[in-house]
Design a protein around this ligand. Sequence first.
Ligand code: DHK
Length: 148
Amino acid sequence: MMPPCIRVLHGPSLNLLGRREPSVYGDRTLREIDALLATEAEALGLTVDCHQSNHEGALIDLIHGALGPCAGILINPGAYAHSSLAIADALRAVSLPAVEVHLSNVHAREPARHRLVVAGACIGVIAGFGALGYALGLRALLPHIQRR
Ligand code: DHK
């Protein structure tokens, strides 16, 4: 039996992790985070399918495309977390279990980042633990995914 696959979605500017405001987002690159997720997934009996896009529509297409091949979604919507009803609607439309992750503690930052629009379409949110948050997110998804 194939291990369940989790679609991992990284939103805008997360392709620049490592050099992007390291005091806020840490010094790990996206490639390093994806490698960490692959290792963590294997330990949990899962696989990951990681994507990054700077475009809302592309992220929505990737959410729709998860229906069928994927058992859950781990998403860092980047700044879309604070504004995108369209991403929240896409998550609700596919009805796959989803967890939202933020590297930084958005609640300790500017007020505009306190509003989480996508989070309402997710099981829960992990924020402020840097790259570890992604590994925690995978663990949090585990009891919610269907093993086919
Ligand atoms: C990432 C971003 O790109 C920001 O726009 C969010 C989030 C926070 C993070 O902490 O991973 O506000």
